[in-house]
Design a protein around this ligand. Structure first.
Ligand code: UDP
Length: 318
């Protein structure tokens, strides 16, 4: 299939681009390189440096049969401090992209949604029909795009899938996490191991969880890429499917730091700080729906294995 990958220079987008090329697809990446890296785009893909707001001429040129949409701002903390940036890129940008798709008659899309659409869950593991009450602007913007997709499916015959990622980690196809300003737990702990930082902060140890630190569901980026390839052809016109993507296993911040200590052999000194605004105590996925519908099965469920892949890629880069 001829596909456009919006945000293909970022962590997840670049890994999925590699998987798409591996699967025989023809890939063009649209990315404004605001947080992505041109050298992360696999060599078999064409890169067009443009923002979502300017996507119409790009789609008119590429004429994709499908779009995979990863381009977004994705930091919970920043979304609380500068919500305007999040509404602009994530919602107005996605709207421009959907309109550009409509303009060229492209109606197939896989969208990167998030566990943050659910907010503080009533039921864990979280099923897709759980209430969506985001506790931060990031989650609210992603939920808005999910809603946009439902209405574009109904009104305009879009065939859409929203994949609600839980905490993506690890490395695949020689590509991993490489943010200029790192905020995610596993890369930060690995920076302590490499000596780039002296210590790290645990954001709150007074949550209602067994060790008081937040629980998250860490999914390997390679398993996530598999899900995109399965999701791409799945929906029919007029259908918007929503699938959670996680392992169904929760690990606390303390457990993740423990896994990083085990893998790297470094003591990883920690300081306990205040809670980070917008963080729910616990986010663990039920991925039963995508397993049943598309036969998706995660291959890397072991936390230490996920951390090891990220650590080994770091070693390969230096
Ligand atoms: N976290 C932490 N210290 C850090 C970075 C993250 O304690 O330096 C915690 C954060 O509060 C959350 C969990 O680790 O409970 C995962 O955060 P991350 O930013 O990796 O992903 P998110 O869950 O926000 O998507």
């Amino acid at each position: 299939m001829r596909v456009l990958v919006a945000g293909g220079a970022g962590y997840i987008g670049s890994v999925v681009t590699a998987a798409l090329l591996d699967g025989g697809h023809e890939v063009t990446v649209l990315d404004d390189l605001s947080t992505g890296h041109a050298d992360a785009v696999p060599s078999g893909a064409r890169l067009i440096d443009a923002s979502l707001h300017d996507s119409a001429p790009v789609l008119a040129d590429v004429r994709p049969e499908a779009v995979l949409h990863f381009a977004a701002r994705s930091l919970v903390g920043a979304s609380q401090e500068r919500p305007q940036d999040y509404w602009d890129t994530n919602v107005a940008g996605s709207f421009a992209l959907l309109e550009a798709m409509r303009g060229v008659g492209c109606r197939r899309i896989v969208f990167s949604s998030t566990a943050a659409t659910y907010g503080e869950p009533e039921l864990v593991p979280i099923p897709e029909d759980a209430p969506t009450r985001p506790t931060n602007t990031y989650g609210a913007t992603k939920l808005s795009v999910d809603m946009m997709l439902t209405s574009y499916a109904v009104a305009h015959g879009f065939a859409a899938v929203s994949l609600r990622y839980f905490n993506v980690a690890g490395a695949a196809y020689g590509l991993g996490e490489r943010h200029t300003t790192e905020t995610h737990l596993i890369p930060i702990a690995l920076q302590v191991a490499t000596g780039e930082r002296d210590s790290m902060t645990i954001y709150g140890d007074d949550y209602p969880t067994p060790d008081g630190t937040c629980i998250r569901d860490y999914i390997h980026v390679g398993d996530l890429a598999d899900a995109h390839l399965l999701a791409l052809p799945a929906p029919g016109p007029g259908e918007h499917r929503i699938y959670n993507l996680g392992n169904g296993l929760g690990f606390s911040v303390q457990e993740v730091v423990g896994a990083v200590r085990e893998v790297t052999g470094h003591p990883i000194p920690v300081v306990v700080g205040p809670r980070r605004p917008g963080d729910p105590a616990q986010l663990v996925a039920s991925s039963d729906r995508i397993r049943a519908d598309l036969g998706w099965t995660p291959r890397h469920t072991d936390l230490a294995g996920i951390v090891r892949d990220a650590w080994e890629l770091r070693g390969a880069r230096t």
